[in-house]
Design a protein around this ligand. Structure first.
Ligand code: SRM
Ligand code: SF4
Length: 584
């Protein structure tokens, strides 16, 4: 019997919006200049994302009425800024934002709490400083990230240059961005040139979803490279960057209670020579463009294409699109994901200083005026570079030996230390912003994790642990912005004061963790962790980290418990089915 053909699933509203206004101009400029409009329309909320802007409201104030504001995210390839650019960003945060700079897990900076009136001048000044916000968000290639640490290899600078090339090659070319933010005028949407605009790379409907690209220099996996849609793992021979191992199909976003969504690590599919970098980048991006699911945004990331069609398929497709540039994967190894805190010497003889920034939030608080300190460093030592790490920290790079003492002293005046900057657990932690700015947050994260870590440290002291690193991360929801699924211990928000507990990531960022408890209430976290940490202390192999212990010992226990539960459920079902209908 032949089946009736099913109608193809409808594309999402975002797809229709992109087709209607392929320049992505929306009605943004008109709203920007309308003094009576306190917010962007629902449609424009989608368009402004492509310009690096999110409409938000202060969730702490919701009870007293919704107060609209925007978050603006910079596009800063490789997280590298000049001192002058840092000063501009610092000024803008003070003048238009909430007087903080939020370093992100993708080497960028976010401004929070900006009112619509400040948005235009802020974005214009970012552009005048030769940086941008275009494509910091939206269904396009996002900020291209690259290992920031200057010490590992001379080739790191070449890797950085490549990341800038890829950022340029994968940038959308709409003239709406310049028109709105630099010229301050609304594009005429009826002009056929705008109406029928087709981006040469993205087409009219861009990508089905966001797309993330990163470069890493082994053995340091400070980018969590496997969590990207497109990852380049530098292959260096005799101090020369000869090419990259290519990783495709990573991503972390998931939704609670939806098994169809899951975190996935990228597959390393082959090696290619450096001269093919742009072709390979475009090949992977256009595979996402052509095969990603445009009918369901929760299923639209490249990772689902790779998972469902298979690694062999995508390798063949990349080869088809590039004329066969991929060859066998070259050997590499990752050992750590963390940043090198304090002063270090780079291979070129210059110094760099990595400063720990708790949850990425640069601000002034009594006794620790880090925002002012960094601004003064930028003013006084204008020749140095500011680099944002993907671990939400800041690196002062290209520092001559002669400036070391001056920078250390200036920072000290503001309570910013260069040695012993934070306890080992704080130094290895990350949290996403969540409340009060993130509209998707279900539980506290940035405002909560530092206190939670203090509590875990106290617990560790009681158990007799101490001085050992555990990578701990939290997010306010399952989207994965602080890459919780790579942590040794992760708290993933489920509701106010309630977290899912994940265990078992590793130090080299090569293993996803697993759910240990579906829900733990905040006050019960110590009780949950105490037996786990005690068992780690007593039963671990020599030198075994907590995440490795969890994967070796706790995971099989979880699997056994799940199997037993499934067996009991099946038995109960069978027993119920066996009861005669009359007595049921
Ligand atoms: Fe994210 C959405 C913050 C890195 C996965 N992310 C958001 C939004 C914009 C909420 C929203 O859509 O309304 C958050 C803004 C909160 C706020 O108030 O600032 C937000 N994400 C962040 C940042 C700031 C977290 C941080 O602690 O630094 C990071 C900004 C990076 C940047 O500069 O571009 C950030 N987000 C990530 C990462 C980590 C990474 O890329 O290395 C992930 C997981 C990796 C991935 O993409 O799979 C991530 N963010 C998401 C998702 C889930 C995507 C998915 O595939 O399901 C969302 C929700 C969405 O897109 O619908 C999201
Ligand atoms: Fe918001 Fe969730 Fe991302 Fe946290 S993980 S910033 S709560 S979207």
């Amino acid at each position: 019997m032949s089946q009736a053909p099913t109608a193809p699933a409808a594309v999402t509203k975002n797809e229709i919006l992109k087709t209607q206004i392929p320049t992505l101009a929306g009605n943004i400029a008109a709203t920007l200049h309308d003094p009576n409009a306190d917010r962007f329309s629902e449609d424009d909320e989608q368009f402004i994302k492509f310009h690096g802007i999110y409409q938000q409201d202060d969730r702490d104030l919701r009870k007293t009425g919704k107060k609209y504001m925007v978050m603006i995210r910079g596009r800063i390839p490789g997280g590298v800024m000049t001192s002058a650019q840092w000063i501009t960003f610092d000024d803008l945060a003070t003048q238009y934002g909430n007087n903080t700079l939020r370093l992100t897990t993708r080497q960028s900076i976010q401004f929070h709490g900006v009112l619509k009136s400040g948005l235009g001048p802020l974005v214009k000044r970012i552009n005048e400083s030769m940086l941008s916000t275009l494509a910091a968000c939206g269904d396009v290639n996002r900020n291209v990230t690259a290992s920031p640490t200057p010490s590992t290899s001379i080739a790191r600078e070449e890797v950085y240059k490549d990341s800038v090339k890829v950022a340029l090659a994968l940038a959308p070319v709409t003239k709406a961005y310049h028109s709105i933010w630099v010229d301050g005028v609304q594009l005429n949407l009826d002009d056929p040139e705008n109406k029928n605009f087709v981006d040469p790379l993205y087409g009219q409907t861009y990508l089905p979803r966001k797309f993330k690209t990163s470069f890493v220099v082994p053995p340091v996996n400070d980018m969590d490279i496997y969590t990207n849609d497109l990852g380049f793992i530098a292959v260096i021979e005799n101090n020369e960057l000869i090419g990259y191992n290519l990783a495709v199909g990573g991503g972390l976003g998931r939704s609670h209670g939806n098994e169809q969504t899951y975190p996935r690590l990228a597959d390393v599919v082959g090696f290619f020579r450096r001269e093919h970098l742009i072709e390979v980048s475009k090949a992977v991006l256009t595979i996402h463009r052509d095969f990603g699911d445009r009918t369901n945004r929760r299923h639209a990331r490249l990772k689902y294409v790779v998972e469902e069609r298979g690694t062999e398929w995508i390798t063949a497709e990349i080869n088809r699109r590039t004329g066969g540039v991929l060859s066998g994967v070259r050997r590499f190894e990752f050992t750590t994901t963390g940043d090198l805190y304090g002063w270090h010497r780079a291979v070129d003889g210059k110094l760099f200083l990595t400063l720990f920034v708790e949850t990425g939030r640069i601000k002034d608080v009594p006794g620790h005026t880090m925002k002012t300190a960094l601004r003064q460093v930028a003013e006084k030592f204008g020749h140095i570079e500011f680099r944002i790490s993907a671990n939400q920290n800041i690196i002062l790079a290209n520092v001559p030996e002669s400036d070391r003492a001056g920078i250390t002293a200036l920072l000290a005046q503001h309570g910013v230390r260069v040695d012993n900057q934070a306890s080992i657990l704080h130094a290895a932690s990350m949290a996403c912003p969540s409340l009060p700015t993130c509209g998707l947050g279900l539980a506290e994260s940035e405002r909560w994790l530092p206190g939670m870590i203090d509590r875990i440290e106290k617990l560790g002291g009681e158990i007799g642990l101490g001085g050992e690193e555990i990578i701990i991360r939290s997010t306010g929801c399952p989207n994965g912005c602080a890459r919780p699924y790579m942590a040794e211990i992760a708290f993933v928000g489920k509701g106010p004061g309630r977290y899912q507990l994940w265990l078992g990531g590793n130090a080299s960022g090569t293993r996803l963790n697993r759910v240990y408890k579906e829900v733990v209430k905040d006050p019960e976290i110590e009780a949950e962790l105490r037996p786990l940490l005690t068992r780690w202390k007593n039963d671990r192999l020599p030198g075994e980290r907590f995440g490795d212990f969890a994967a070796r010992v706790i995971w099989p226990e979880i699997a056994a418990a799940q199997a037993a539960a499934a067996e009991a459920a099946a038995a109960a079902k069978a027993a119920a089915a066996a009861v005669p209908a009359a007595t049921a």
